[in-house]
Design a protein around this ligand. Structure first.
Ligand code: AMP
Length: 281
């Protein structure tokens, strides 16, 4: 049976006696096929008799702009349907007081991994992410938590937080789900006009060009240039194109991640691709 759970007490009751059979999929709602793939991966980790909890919480501490936070799409009815159809047992929609009971919120520092790339352009964002994830872990105590590769820096920040604090949670990473056009699914895509959607197609094309350049032995500077060239358009603002290792540091003859962030109109979009072979600096 599927449950819609709101308060911490309801959550505790719903999870009583489940032991290590709980998987958590943290989300901010507006669920789409990307989230569905995370829910399915969570199910595969805990089995049919396990419990998949999808948290649906628009976390105020990870937004830098009040406007962005208040405009974030919220539709719990639709999320409940999507989550439970995908196989979730519980959709958990806590209120701010459930997650942050004290008026003074103690933010956790996300360290270097949280300061570069997205963190540089959105100061405090990853501190908010780690803080909320830590609270979600405390309240659900999952055996497994599932995150998407789409938000690679988030994955690396959380991985580091789990390791440093010896938190007994296994991370499972789900591959990025894309539209037929190649554009990574994101709730932010809903903010794009038709013309902007067309422009967004340049992102996966640019990543593919970078990948091809890497495979044919290009150096990092030329790989980045190939990606930038493919993104060049008066209506696309490039925030960064980087090729970095798992610690988000410069690569030296190693595999790595090609990471891109752009704004099209008022919408910021990120994407990434894994380059599996040794890249020359
Ligand atoms: P969000 O609701 O945007 O905070 O995302 C919740 C989780 O879904 C995060 O772990 C994201 O990385 C993941 N996610 C978002 N979009 C996608 C996608 N297109 N494919 C796979 N996972 C995704």
């Amino acid at each position: 049976m599927a449950l819609l759970v709101k308060s911490n007490l309801q959550l505790r009751n719903a999870l009583a006696n489940l032991g290590d059979k709980v998987a958590l999929v943290p989300t901010m709602g507006a669920l789409h096929q990307g989230h569905i793939s995370l829910i399915k991966l969570a199910r595969s980790k805990v089995g049919e008799d396990g419990c998949v909890v999808v948290s649906d919480f628009v976390n105020p501490t990870q937004f830098n702009e009040e406007d962005d936070f208040s405009k974030y799409p919220r539709d719990i009815k639709s999320d409940f349907l999507v989550a439970t159809t995908a196989g979730a047992n519980i959709l958990w929609t806590p209120g701010v007081k459930d997650i942050y009971p004290n008026s003074e919120i103690e933010l956790i520092d996300a360290g270097y991994l949280g300061e570069v790339l997205e963190g540089k352009d959105r100061p405090g964002h990853f501190s908010g992410v780690v803080t909320v994830v830590s609270r979600l872990f405390e309240l659900v105590m999952p055996k497994v938590a599932v995150f998407g590769q789409k938000d690679l820096q988030q994955v690396l920040v959380i991985k580091n937080f789990i390791r440093e604090n010896k938190i007994p949670v296994n991370l499972a990473i789900a591959p990025t789900i894309r539209e037929d056009s190649g554009v990574a699914l994101s709730s932010r895509n809903n903010n794009l006009s038709e013309n902007e959607r067309d422009l967004a197609r340049k992102i996966p094309i640019a990543l593919a060009q970078g990948y091809d350049a890497a495979i044919s032995g290009a150096r990092i500077v030329d790989i980045r240039e190939a990606v930038r060239d493919a993104l060049t358009h008066p209506e696309i603002k490039i925030h960064y194109v980087e090729l970095l290792n798992d610690q988000l540091e410069t690569i030296n003859n190693d595999h790595g991640w090609l990471l891109v962030a752009v704004s099209i109109g008022n919408t910021r979009l990120i994407d990434n691709s894994f380059i599996p072979l040794g890249i020359r600096n």
